[in-house]
Structure formats: structure tokens, C-alpha cells
Ligand binder design. Structure first.
Ligand code: ADP
Ligand code: LRH
Length: 474
């Protein structure tokens, strides 16, 4: 039996889990769960990186004897270190406005088609490439750039490096050459020296430094699929390849797992990403705005989630629909007001109750999933028999049912802690547990976790009509 510490940092909460893996055993015990989110200081949105580090150590200290530690976190964000390894400023949150207009500026110099041909990445205004371009002076002063899990791994071990799945989200990584894109980095005038050597999921990063961490000395820290979505996809309890997934949390990551990137004009026009997965797989997916909109509404309203979801279940269907991917929903703020504004702009009467507003958000998300799923299948030429919903959002019964109805395929919901499970599985394999490939890992998730099935209900024509209402197609 292997006992490992899994640190999983999502955009809305972080957790430290004790994972136990053995023959027919895969279980998690929560050691610490803590808030995560944007902190505004003098107009800039930051992550509270030292609160995260302290909370990680607090959790790991409760683990008892463990064989290793693995860290995964959200993508695209980073810390810059000086030549002596000191952090140059607190990492900035990807929802900060410093990138406003930067993507357009970069695209005027490097055509989108050139960028896509190399990186295969979805255009998101907060990709690392645009964040770095937004702060050239800090970049120029830096000795190295570490993505968030690599930064925390560095603090634990003193070792610098860049884990591959997360490097693939920077839009500075060559998805076919499987290396940093020197050409792109040079073309943008970024200092090549700051991009550290790449690591594979499963590589040992180093051993925990004993003195300041309060942890037992010498515990190996293992690079997992350090992008949280890469770890989550490891734990999709699918068999075979005819499946799609939604990693459902702050974001909804909707897509397929492929063996090779799809870099066609069609994929670029549909704005699909080809992120690197564990074992060389490609995560062919799109970011849909996700439960962020609901999280922000709740921050303003202060209502209990269960109460809101009950009210949404009773609200009339298809009353109001929005495009959840509209740019006005990206930054934190008064989301209920922004939702109303979009309704007015699109000639709809804003929802009159909170239940109706939540219904609107969930139906609109399901509609966006439908469009994304259909488009992914067309562009990648892949048929899908089942849609796996994993992550915190898999507990949202109304959303799961609406997703099955909208997409016209059965939804299998769970596991909730998919990222932590994927993290644990990759560590266990690195420690010698006989889990030779993703199929074996997924079989273990299936045999140890129960899933909830949602079959499509209602009239498909209602969703066709909804889609043409919002997007004017069909
Ligand atoms: P992240 O990793 O991005 O921080 P999570 O995977 O933890 O996100 O998912 C968080 C989301 O899960 C919340 O926004 C919330 O909507 C949803 N969620 C959490 N618990 C429940 C629950 N009991 N019922 C329904 N939805 C839930
Ligand atoms: C989900 C996630 C997603 C990224 C976003 C920045 O937590 O890692 O895959 O696109 O955060």
C-alpha cells in the first residue's frame, strides 16, 4: 500500500489529501481544505500564495508517514524568481485586468494562425504569453519563471523545473516538438533563460527540505500532472476512447482525450485547445466559463447553494438564456447585475428571482456544453457514447440532468475529487504501484468509486430552439 500527500489547488478552494493506493484500493482522506481566490491590492488581483503554502504545510503535517507528495494547481499563472531564487512580487491572478488589450497587441505581431500552428492553444486573454507581455520589466529582471505548482514544489525542495502538462498551457510551448518554443519566445522578446527544464509527470522533483517546512526530512516530491485539469482527466472513470468529459468546477473544461493534437483551421476557428495530458495524451477541450458565474452571484447574494439549486429546479425552463462565455463574465464583480445587463442587451427580461437567475446560468452552461461537445466531435472526428462529469460541479444534480438533456448522451457524474485522485494515481505509479497506463488507473477509479447516471430526458427540439435563440445557428 502506498500513502501519499496530494495537494490540489483549484481556483475556489485548495485541499490537501492523504491518498492510499493498493490492489483494489484507492481512497482519499481530507487533511486540510482552505479558501482560494483573488485578493485585490491597490487595484491588482493577486493570489494569496503564502496563505496557500502555509495551508499546504498545515495539511501535510497531519498526514503521518507518507511515501511522497504531489502538487497540482490551476494553469497559466506563475511566479518570477530572481537569480538567487527569491520571489519577485506576489503572483498575479489570471482574472486581473493587466492583460486587457494585450492579446490583440500580440496578435497584431504574431498572427493567430502562427501561434496556433506551434502551440495548439485556445485563445484566452489571460494565457501566460499575454501575462508576460503585460509585464515586460518584471520578466526581464527575472532569473526563472515557475508555474504555481512548480513554485510550491521549489519551496518544498529547492529544485527548479517546469512540469510538462502545465507548461503546455502557457502558449509558449511547442505541442508537436514537446519543448518550449524557442522561436516564439525569441519572437516576442521574452528572455529564454527564465523557462526552466521540462519535467514529466512521475519525475521526482527532489526531497523536502527539513528545516523550515516542519515535515519529515527527505520525503520525495513527485511531479504529477501538475495542471489540475490534467490530473482530473487521469481520473475520468472511462473505459475505451468513446467518451467526452467535463471537468466541472470554477471552469468547465469540456472536451475529449486524443493521442495527437488537432491543429487544423477548423480547430482554431472553434477555439479548441490542445493541452498536454499525462502519458503524452492531448486534452482537446474548450474552457466554458463554468460555475464561476454562480460562485460570484453567491458572493453577492450570500445564499446557501442548496437553497438556490432547489429554487432553480422549480423555476420555469428556458425562460432566459445567456452566453456564459461573454467576456463581461470573466472578471470578479457584480455578476447578478452583469447577467441582467446581458438579458436586456439581448432583448430578454432579466430573471425576477434568484432561483430563475440560477436556472438561467445552469441552462446556459448546459447549452454551451452542448455546442462545445458537438463541435469537438466534429472537429476531432470522434464519436462519443458517454459524457463524464467530474469535479465539484458533478454534485450539482440539476446541472448534470440539464447537461444530459442538452447533449443527448448519458452523463456519468463523479468522482468529485478527480484532480486529487489523478494526482495520487500518478504518484503511486511513480512509487512502483502496478498501474502501467491510464486504462489501469481508470479501472481502479471505476472499481472504487460509485458514479451517478443521468439519462437524457425532455425534448431535443427544445435545446435546438434554445441554441438558435442564443447563438443564431440551427
Ligand atoms: P475548483 O477546483 O475550480 O476550485 P471544484 O471542483 O472544487 O472547483 O468545484 C467547485 C464547485 O462545485 C462550486 O462552484 C460549486 O458550484 C460546486 N459544488 C460544490 N459542492 C456542491 C454541492 N454539494 N452541490 C452542488 N454543487 C456543488
Ligand atoms: C481549472 C484551470 C483550467 C485553466 C484555468 C486557468 O482550474 O486550470 O484548466 O484554463 O484553470
Amino acid at each position: 500500500m502506498k500513502r501519499v500527500g496530494a495537494v490540489d489547488l483549484g481556483a475556489s478552494s485548495g485541499r490537501v489529501m492523504l491518498g492510499e493506493v493498493g490492489p483494489e484500493v484507492l481512497q482519499l482522506r481530507e487533511l486540510n481544505r482552505f479558501w482560494n481566490g483573488p485578493v485585490r491590492v491597490h487595484g491588482t488581483l493577486h493570489w494569496d500564495i503564502l496563505h496557500l503554502y502555509r495551508s499546504i504545510l498545515d495539511g501535510l503535517r497531519l498526514a503521518g508517514p507518507i511515501d511522497s507528495i504531489g502538487i497540482d494547481a490551476w494553469a497559466v499563472d506563475y511566479g518570477l524568481l530572481d537569480a538567487d531564487g527569491r520571489l519577485l512580487g506576489n503572483p498575479v491572478h489570471y482574472r486581473d485586468s493587466r492583460t486587457d488589450g494585450v492579446m490583440e497587441r500580440v496578435l497584431a505581431e504574431v498572427p493567430a494562425a502562427d501561434l496556433y500552428a506551434v502551440t495548439g492553444l485556445q485563445q484566452l486573454p489571460f494565457n501566460t504569453i499575454y501575462q508576460l507581455t503585460a509585464e515586460p520589466a518584471t520578466g526581464a529582471a527575472a532569473g526563472s519563471l515557475l508555474m504555481i505548482p512548480d513554485l510550491l514544489g521549489y519551496w518544498l525542495t529547492g529544485e527548479l523545473g517546469a512540469e510538462r502538462t502545465n507548461a503546455s498551457t502557457t502558449q509558449l510551448y511547442d505541442v508537436r516538438a514537446r519543448a518550449w518554443s524557442d522561436a516564439l519566445i525569441t519572437r516576442l522578446g521574452l528572455p529564454r533563460r527564465i523557462f526552466p527544464r521540462l519535467r514529466e509527470p512521475g519525475d521526482v522533483i527532489g526531497n523536502v527540505v527539513p528545516d523550515e517546512t516542519g515535515l519529515a526530512p527527505g520525503i520525495p516530491v513527485i511531479a504529477v500532472g501538475s495542471h489540475d485539469t490534467a490530473s482530473a482527466v487521469v481520473a475520468v472513470p472511462a473505459s475505451g476512447e468513446r467518451f467526452a468529459y467535463i471537468s466541472s468546477g470554477t471552469w468547465s473544461l469540456v472536451g475529449l482525450e486524443l493521442d495527437a493534437p488537432v491543429l487544423t483551421d477548423e480547430a482554431r476557428d472553434a477555439n479548441f485547445t490542445n493541452e498536454g495530458g499525462v502519458d503524452g495524451r492531448i486534452r482537446f477541450l474548450r474552457n466554458v466559463m463554468g460555475l464561476w458565474i454562480l460562485q460570484e452571484c453567491r458572493r453577492i447574494w450570500g445564499d446557501d447553494l442548496d437553497d438556490l439549486l432547489r429554487a432553480a429546479a422549480e423555476a420555469p425552463p428556458f425562460a432566459v438564456l445567456i452566453d456564459p462565455d461573454a467576456p463581461e463574465f470573466l472578471a470578479p464583480g457584480n455578476m447578478p447585475a452583469r447577467l441582467d445587463e446581458q438579458c436586456v442587451r439581448t432583448g430578454q427580461e432579466p430573471p425576477r428571482t434568484r432561483g430563475a437567475a440560477v436556472r438561467c446560468i445552469l441552462e446556459s452552461l448546459a447549452l454551451a456544453y452542448r455546442r462545445t461537445l458537438h463541435s469537438a466531435q466534429n472537429v476531432a472526428d470522434r464519436d462519443v457514447d458517454v459524457l463524464h462529469v467530474i469535479g465539484g460541479g458533478s454534485q450539482n444534480e440539476l446541472l448534470c440532468q440539464l447537461t444530459a438533456d442538452a447533449c443527448g448522451v448519458p452523463v456519468l457524474a463523479g468522482p468529485v475529487e478527480a484532480s486529487a485522485l489523478g494526482n495520487v494515481l500518478v504518484q503511486a505509479r511513480a512509487l512502483g504501484e502496478p498501474l502501467p497506463d491510464l486504462d489501469a488507473m481508470r479501472a481502479l477509479v471505476r472499481s472504487t468509486h460509485s458514479l451517478r447516471r443521468y439519462d437524457p430526458q425532455g425534448k431535443p427540439a427544445d435545446w435546438d430552439a434554445a441554441e438558435s435563440r442564443v447563438f443564431g445557428t440551427r
